[in-house]
Design a protein around this ligand. Structure first.
Ligand code: FES
Length: 96
């Protein structure tokens, strides 16, 4: 079954075969999620998991370079390092 990834800021929904990269789905659907490197280096792709945290894979060491334990516990992830096994809704802080 496909994972349904909802990008709350723009209301765009992507469907992808699991494990589905959150960033790859965002790029494919032009969801507007900010990103630069795609490789866990820049920290631009930080996103907040609104729903479906239980459907994500484990936090990667690269994510810990950009997110504190508190942020991770709150539900922040790096979209380029995170894969969905099921339905997820995420948002991000708008950059000016
Ligand atoms: S896009 Fe650079 S860390 Fe994810």
């Amino acid at each position: 079954m496909k994972a349904r990834i909802t990008f709350a800021n723009t209301g765009i929904i992507a469907e992808a075969e699991p494990p589905a990269s959150l960033l790859r789905a965002a790029i494919r659907e032009k969801a507007g999620l900010p990103w630069k490197c795609g490789g866990g280096l820049c920290g631009t792709c930080r996103c907040y998991i609104e729903a479906g945290r239980e459907n994500l894979d484990a936090v990667k060491p690269k994510e810990r370079k950009h997110l504190t334990e508190t942020e991770l516990a709150e539900g922040w992830r790096m979209a380029c390092q995170t894969f969905a096994k099921g339905d997820v809704t995420l948002s991000w802080k708008a950059t000016s």
